[in-house]
Write a protein that binds this ligand. Structure first.
Ligand code: UD1
Length: 419
C-alpha cells in the first residue's frame, strides 16, 4: 500500500491544469451502453473510478482502447452480460448508473446493490422508484437489483429528494423510452449538463438541463460521438484551497469558473484575491492567514458537499470561529478525528462542526478514510510545518489524478512511498 509523506509549511506557487471531471466521466461512460456504435471521449481523467467503470463495462462485454493521444475509445454498444457484479459495484457506488442505460437498451439488468459507504447509508430508492414509474418491474433479492421492462414508457417523475445520480440514471433511461418523460425536482449539477450535452450529440432530445425540470423525448436509437468531458470543478477547488491554506498564489488552467461560483465566493471571504479568465482562475493569498468562513453544503448551485472537508481543513487553521454544516450526507465527518489529532479545535454537534481556528497544526501520522476526507488531510499537511504521513492514499486516487505530481509542480514537498 502507498502512503503520502508531506513536508509542509511551504506556500504553494505556480500553475496547474485541472483534469476532466470524474463525476461527468462516469455517467458518460455508462451512456456508451445506449449508443449503437462506439464513443470516443477526450479529457477523461486517469482515476481509479474511471478504471473501475471500464472494468465493469468490460465485464459486461464492452471493449475499450486508450489511444496514444489519451482519448478513450469505448464500445459499450453490444453488451453480452447484463450483470454488474458485487465485487466491482462495492468499490464504486456510481455503478448504479449502469441500471438506466441497460434497462433502456436491453429491457433487462441485474445490478448488485451498492450498500452503504463511509459517508452514510446512501440508498438507491429514488433510482428504483423512478424506473418503476417508467414501467420497469423491479425486485431486490440476495443483494441484487433485478430490473426488467419490455419497453420503458415516458412518465412524469417527481423526485422526493434531489439526487445527482438518480437524475442521471433517469435521463439516460428516458432517452430510449417511448414518449415524453418530465423529471421534477431534478438535480442541476454541471456534470448533469455535461452528460446531457453528450447525449444530445448522440441524438437524444432533452431540454431544461441545469434547471429543476428536465424533459426527455424518447428516440429510437442513439449513435456514437466524440465528446470532450468538462473540467473537474472539485479538483480545481481543492487546489485553490491548497493555495489559500498555505498563503500562496496559484493559477488553475482548464477550468470553468462559472460552475464554481459558490466555492469562489467562500474563497473570497477567506481574504483571497481571485481573478478569473475564460479558462483559468488565479488565487493569491499574499502570505496571509485565511479568515474563517461559515459553510453549509447543499445542492448545486449552492456550496458542494464534495468541498466540505477541504474547507474544514482551511477553517481549522483560519483566523476566527466558524460553523460547517453538512446537509447532504449524514456521516461525512471522517476527517474530523484526524484533523483533531493534528491539534484542530473541532467539535461535532449534530450535522454541524463548530470550529475555533488555531494558528497552526502539528504534523502527525494520519489515516485517509474516504475521497474528500483524504484531500482535507493532504491540505492540512501542506499547511503544517513538519512531516505529515497519510496512509491509504488509494482513496485519493479515486478522484485526484496524480495529486502528488500536481502539488509538486506548485512547489509542495510531497512524496508517494510504498510501505
Ligand atoms: C453524487 C456525486 C458525489 C456528490 C453527491 C452530492 C457522482 C458520481 N457522485 O453522488 O460526488 O457528493 O452527488 O452532490 O456524481 N439519496 C437517497 N435515495 C437515493 C439517492 C440518494 O436517499 O435513491 C440521498 C443520499 O443518501 C444523499 C442525497 O440523497 O443523502 C444526495 O445524494 P446523491 O445526489 O444521490 O449523491 P450521488 O448521486 O450518490
Amino acid at each position: 500500500m502507498y502512503k503520502l509523506i508531506i513536508n509542509g509549511g511551504i506556500a504553494l506557487n505556480g500553475h496547474v491544469k485541472t483534469a476532466g471531471s470524474k463525476n461527468s466521466s462516469l455517467p458518460i461512460l455508462f451512456a456508451s451502453i445506449l449508443a449503437n456504435n462506439p464513443i470516443i471521449l477526450t479529457n477523461t481523467p486517469h482515476l481509479s473510478d474511471v478504471s473501475t467503470t471500464l472494468r465493469l463495462l468490460m465485464d459486461m462485454g464492452a471493449e475499450f482502447i486508450l489511444e496514444s493521444d489519451n482519448s478513450l475509445f469505448v464500445d459499450g454498444s453490444k453488451l453480452t452480460n447484463l450483470v454488474a457484479q458485487y465485487n466491482l459495484v462495492k468499490t464504486m457506488r456510481a455503478s448504479i448508473l449502469a441500471l438506466g442505460p441497460m434497462l433502456a437498451k436491453y429491457g433487462k439488468a441485474k445490478i448488485s446493490l451498492p450498500g452503504g459507504c463511509a459517508i452514510g447509508s446512501r440508498p438507491v430508492n429514488l433510482h428504483l422508484k423512478a424506473l418503476e414509474d417508467l414501467g420497469a418491474s423491479i425486485k431486490v433479492e440476495s443483494g441484487y437489483i433485478y430490473a426488467t421492462a419490455k419497453k420503458l414508457i415516458g412518465a412524469e417523475i417527481h423526485f422526493d429528494q434531489i439526487s445527482v445520480t438518480a437524475t442521471e440514471n433517469i435521463i439516460m433511461a428516458a432517452t430510449l423510452a417511448t414518449g415524453t418523460t418530465t423529471i421534477h425536482n431534478a438535480a442541476q449539477e454541471p456534470e448533469i449538463v455535461d452528460l446531457v450535452n453528450c447525449l444530445i450529440k448522440m441524438g437524444a432530445k432533452i431540454s431544461g438541463t441545469g434547471t429543476s425540470m428536465i424533459t426527455i423525448e424518447g428516440v429510437d436509437e442513439l449513435s456514437g460521438v466524440t465528446y470532450a468531458v468538462c473540467p473537474d470543478r472539485i479538483e480545481a477547488g481543492t487546489y485553490l484551497v491548497a493555495a489559500a491554506i498555505t498563503g500562496g498564489k496559484i493559477t488553475i488552467k482548464n477550468v470553468h469558473y462559472q460552475s464554481m461560483r459558490a466555492i469562489l465566493e467562500k474563497l473570497l471571504e477567506t481574504g483571497a484575491d481571485i481573478k478569473t479568465k475564460e479558462n483559468s482562475i488565479t488565487l493569491d493569498m499574499k502570505g496571509k492567514r485565511p479568515k474563517a468562513v461559515n459553510i453549509k453544503t447543499s445542492t448545486y448551485p449552492n456550496f458542494p458537499t464534495d468541498m466540505q472537508a477541504q474547507f474544514t481543513a482551511l477553517n481549522a487553521i483560519a483566523d476566527g470561529h466558524s460553523t460547517i454544516t453538512e446537509t447532504i450526507f449524514e456521516n461525512r465527518f471522517m476527517h474530523i478525528p484526524e484533523l483533531s489529532r493534528m491539534g484542530a479545535n473541532l467539535a461535532l454537534e449534530g450535522n454541524t462542526v463548530v470550529c475555533k481556528g488555531v494558528k497552526s497544526l502539528t504534523s502527525a501520522h494520519l489515516m485517509a478514510t474516504d475521497l474528500r476526507a483524504s484531500a482535507s488531510l493532504v491540505l492540512a499537511g501542506l499547511a503544517t510545518t513538519g512531516t505529515t504521513t497519510i496512509e491509504r492514499v488509494y482513496h485519493l486516487d479515486r478522484g485526484y489524478e496524480t495529486i502528488e505530481e500536481k502539488l509538486k509542480l506548485l512547489g509542495a514537498q510531497i512524496e508517494r512511498v510504498q510501505d
